[in-house]
Design a protein around this ligand. Structure first.
Ligand code: 0PR
Length: 383
């Protein structure tokens, strides 16, 4: 019911505290399977300070729009591109939808088809339904990366583009993007790389010496990349990123908004009114942490993943789905559903819906949390 009279802030907050007391918090260390984290306090402060900025009407917030462009420029440069075109959007879902939209609008095809790995995120289902693009699923190889030969076999005259994944949702696997890029160039098709998760991991992990395939704009077939600051970038939700190699992709999805303060402006994003604060927070976090700062975060996460994977293998009945590539470790067990139930009862935020349990070494996950988790898992497995 809509209350007739207002209550004091204290009363309302007390009620909210009570209502959200069931939520798991990132600080507690119990959330082990999420790609989100407690945002960096500095990024949270930036969001609070610029909470009223609306990038849907950049004529009012000219400075914020410039900052968004600079954020895109910094992300582009991280991804090996001198000048990129894109936006800070609401998350990986919007970013992927925008990429499919651009590919579809640029292709002159009556029954558009998009080829993507079976491991792709469900955001492409939304894109498919909204944009009337048929999804053509490519098989995976034994190592859970996409089978590039199968991708090639599935190319037809209806194909509008190819998707590769740099950090799959379930296992953190990086597809053979160099091979997909060559294929895309051979067939004159655009390649979209979904690095929603991996974008803020792979460049730093590579700098640390981890052997991970190239995945970014340095490969000429790559025409667009999704990279989410609200995952490993430590920016508050919602902050996704979409970057195109060329302006024509952005132009292909821009609609005129003629009556705004800036005169006739063009909008490519799905959302109209959209938070400037998040774009400013992306900019601020990159400036504040720099390459070296993110590298340290990734170093910790990668080392923790290797250690955790080795510890898991010591537990009877537990097996890795594959050796970790990024900071995601997924494991199976004979009695997986029971184990999940029992872990949940013990207060762990994990899920076994994909047939395995995924642990994501986000910045809030610490070794002592994992030790406790391993102890519980060992007990459960030994029954
Ligand atoms: N692409 C990939 C590779 C993803 O893993 C995800 C999200 C997306 C796109 C879509 O991003 P948005 O959710 O920002 O639109 N993958 C996460 C997952 O399914 C989303 C998530 C995050 C789920 C936190 C749970 C959670 O606690 O795991």
């Amino acid at each position: 019911m809509f209350p007739k009279k207002g209550a004091s802030e204290e009363e309302v907050l007390a009620e909210l505290e009570e209502k959200t007391s069931e939520d798991l918090t990132f600080d507690s260390g119990r959330i082990l399977g999420s790609m989100c984290t407690h945002p960096h306090p500095f990024a949270a402060e930036v969001v609070r300070r610029y909470i009223d900025r609306n990038l849907g009407d950049p004529g009012l917030h000219v400075g914020s729009q410039r900052v968004e462009r600079e954020a895109i420029a910094m992300l582009s440069s991280l991804l090996g591109l001198e000048k990129g075109y894109g936006n800070i959007v609401s998350g990986g879902t919007e970013a992927n939808i925008l990429a499919v939209r651009a590919f579809r609008n640029l292709a002159d095809v009556e029954n558009p088809e998009l080829i993507l790995p079976r491991s792709a995120h469900f955001s492409f289902l939304k894109a498919s339904e909204m944009l009337k693009v048929r999804l053509v699923w490519a098989d995976l190889r034994e190592d859970h990366s996409v089978d590039v030969r199968d991708v090639e076999e599935k190319i037809t005259s209806n194909t509008i583009g190819i998707v590769g994944i740099a950090g799959t949702t379930g296992l953190g696997v990086v597809d053979d993007i160099p091979a997909l890029s060559d294929l895309a160039l051979d067939y004159g098709l655009p390649l979209h790389v979904d690095a929603a998760f991996g974008g803020f991991v792979i460049p730093f992990a590579k700098a640390l010496g981890y052997d991970i395939p190239d995945f970014d704009f340095r490969l000429r077939g790559v025409k667009s990349i999704t990279i989410d600051p609200h995952k490993m970038g430590m920016v508050p939700i919602p902050a996704g990123g979409i970057i195109f190699r060329e302006k024509r992709f952005l132009e292909a999805i821009s609609v005129p908004a003629p009556y705004l303060a800036g005169g006739k402006v063009w909008q490519a994003t799905i959302t109209g009114t959209r938070p400037g604060a998040q774009a400013l927070a992306v900019w601020a976090m990159i400036k504040h942490l720099g390459f070296e700062g993110y590298k340290e975060i990734v170093r910790r996460a990668m080392e923790l993943s290797r250690w955790f994977a080795a510890e898991l293998k010591k537990i009877p009945g537990v097996y890795l789905i594959r050796e970790p590539v990024l900071n995601i470790v997924s494991f199976g067990a004979g009695n997986l559903e029971e184990a999940e139930e029992e872990l949940k009862k013990r207060g762990w935020g994990v899920s076994a819906h994909r047939g395995y349990i995924r642990i994501v070494m986000m910045p809030h996950v610490r070794r002592e949390h994992l030790e406790e988790f391993l102890g519980d898992l060992r007990e459960i497995m030994l029954g």
